[in-house]
Design a protein around this ligand. Structure first.
Ligand code: ADP
Length: 212
């Protein structure tokens, strides 16, 4: 979890690569559908371009179906989902049905002005229509109102780990890996990182499956 521009997508990809599991980004899936012009993409686009959330009914079914794909069987990272209370409840049901438990929830913390600056640069670099300033501010408000409260729920469950999202990508990545793996300190060490992460992965992935 983290506000728009906090680096969720970048960091989810780093952690997923280290753990050998897929990073499932609802934003990316929606953008793929938009690019391919599917009916789902045409519907999602009307919300995304205004910086609104896509309705839970649409998003939830998309995630349910993605989680049943073969590569997600040994573990997964969700990036940008859940974002609303009903999405949390839906995810609980889907995971219970699959006998899977969430290992943890990582919350990337950043300061708002830094995030607005990052998103404006991304608008220039990637041409994302939802990255112009007025829409950025709307998405940040939406995050504060609808998504930030989910952190409290996951904290109550003892799953939440806050990760400082300020600094260079590789510094944040080291913190993310430390927070994501049981063997965090080792995984964050560049020299022994590969081995540390790999064993951390194994136990973490097995942890998920083991509780299955
Ligand atoms: P960001 O986190 O920077 O807003 P994303 O790529 O994660 O970027 O999401 C882009 C857009 O996709 C969101 O503004 C929203 O319209 C839609 N979206 C992504 N995930 C969800 C979700 N879980 N629920 C509803 N809408 C979503």
């Amino acid at each position: 979890m983290g506000p728009p521009g906090s680096g969720k997508g970048t960091q989810a990809a780093v952690v997923a690569r280290h753990l050998g599991i897929p990073a499932i980004s609802t934003g990316d899936i929606f953008r793929e559908h938009v690019a391919a012009g599917t009916p789902l993409g045409r519907e999602a686009e009307t919300y995304m371009e205004r910086g609104h959330y896509v309705p839970d009914s649409v998003t939830n079914e998309m995630v349910r179906s993605r989680l049943t794909e073969a590569d997600a069987v040994r573990g997964f990272i969700l990036d940008g989902y859940p974002r609303t209370v009903p999405q949390v409840e839906f995810l609980d049901e889907v995971l219970t049905a699959q006998d899977v438990e969430l290992d943890r929830v990582l919350l990337l913390t950043v300061d708002v002005e830094e995030v607005v600056g990052r998103l404006k640069r991304r608008a220039g670099a990637q041409g994302r229509h939802d990255d112009d300033e007025e829409i950025i501010r709307h998405r940040l408000r939406l995050f504060a109102e609808q998504t930030a409260p989910l952190a409290a729920e996951y904290e109550r469950r003892g799953l939440l780990v806050r990760v400082d999202g300020m600094g260079a990508i590789d510094e944040v990545a080291a913190r993310m890996l430390a927070a994501a793996t049981d063997d965090g300190a080792e995984a964050a060490e560049p020299a022994s990182g590969a081995t540390g992460a790999a064993s951390g992965v194994q136990s973490s992935v097995d942890g998920t499956a083991g509780r299955a």
